[in-house]
Design a protein around this ligand. Structure first.
Ligand code: THU
Length: 130
């Protein structure tokens, strides 16, 4: 399990990532932070495009940053946005989270609510390597 302190630290990092959100179309700023096995943290934000479908979500930005720096094993990922309930990851991001078997997903909002779920809870019957 993740300690409360670690959960809160990762949410704080996701909030930092959110500051750089490029979201001129939706005006919906999302931040993420992924915790690598060696405790390195990569943050991410959503990056939108005039061709909407080119948009990259915050979670995938954070994960792809880590992968591109050589990290493939993760302990947790946090996602944050200005939503009423804690912000949940989209289906595409769930599939990427699944690819790397990230065991804990921390969903948060900017008012301080959060919920931690396991990968199996987030994505039952997921399609994967096995
Ligand atoms: N978005 C994310 O960054 N992560 C998600 O899991 C859901 C959606 C972004 C994409 C787009 O820039 C904006 O939120 C509105 O859909």
């Amino acid at each position: 399990m993740l300690s409360d302190l670690l959960v809160k630290q990762l949410i704080e990092k996701a909030m930092e990532g959110r500051k750089y959100s490029y979201s001129p179309y939706s005006h919906f700023a999302v931040g993420a932070a992924v915790l690598c096995e060696n405790n390195t943290v990569y943050t991410g934000c959503n990056v939108e495009n005039a061709s909407y479908g080119m948009t990259n979500c915050a979670e995938r930005t954070a994960i792809f940053k880590a992968i591109s720096e050589g990290y493939h094993r993760f302990k947790a990922i946090a996602i944050i946005a200005d939503t009423e309930a804690p912000c949940t990851p989209c289906g595409a991001c769930r599939q990427v989270i699944s690819e790397f078997d990230i065991p804990y997903i921390i969903m948060a909002n900017v008012t301080g609510d959060y919920k931690v779920v396991s990968l199996d809870e987030l994505m039952p019957y997921r399609f994967g390597k096995s």
